[in-house]
Design a protein around this ligand. Sequence first.
Ligand code: SF4
Length: 303
Amino acid sequence: MSFIPSYRNISESEFKEKIQTLEDILSCCSLCPRNCHVNRIKGQKGYCRADANLFISSYGAHFGEEKILVGRCGSGTIFMTWCNLRCIFCQNYDISLQGIGEKISVEHCAEIMLHLQKIGCHNINFVTPTHYTPQIVKAIKIASEKGLNIPVVWNCGGYENTETIKILEGIIDIYMPDIKYSRIDTAEILSDAPDYFERCKSAVKEMFRQVGNIQIENGIARRGLLIRHLVLPCDFAGSEEIFNFIKNELSPETYVNIMAQYRPYGCLPVEINRRITRNEYLSVLEMARKTGLKNIIWDRILP
Ligand code: SF4
């Protein structure tokens, strides 16, 4: 295999420096745009509810992710407990909002990564990693020293602090952020984050600067940016503005997965308290095509 993950190329001192910088942030947390400024080292908790301990809810070879991540042997997903976004319609609310999970050490996390590699997974896929950035980077370093040699996927909600993403340069090979909404009102109602799109655009541009378009080797993504966008009823997400941003400020070649699986959970405004229709999905898909995006991954299970 010719591909070498980025984290195997950075120096020991650079890795240590990044970990130190991230751990320092934990004592006055600004890992994400919530900027809670709580001291997580001392046990304080901010919006995400995570302190300095690492909690995961599950891990394993996952076959429901994008084909270029799954290949034949699966994507090695590690689902992190809690979330910095806490969308009110979250399908994984037991993990993200109720905190279901198990406390593990960074050493144990590294062992899990090595196990996933051993069973053949093509990558390590951290799901909702943002609020655990320091612990995850530490675990990657330990796993790398013990032979980890597959790319790490940063599978995040898109509400990221660009400064945090900058620190991940040279460690993460595949960024897979959501771009959920362009509309300020929607972001405020559904995720209590009216600045979502502005923050997301800035962070995703930084991700693209680091890794560029997806590079595929033997059918498997090795490096690059892959964006997910979930279609909402009544175009509540403001999809067209998102596609224009991707095409004009990133690249028309960007891989964009347009997803149809929205299901209403929780207490929702009446307009979106239903599943999307087939026509709503197809019209958003057409919108993406008309914008000029060339690498659209579309859902084969339509409503
Ligand atoms: S990671 Fe959590 S504590 Fe830190 S700023 Fe974000 S929401 Fe607040």
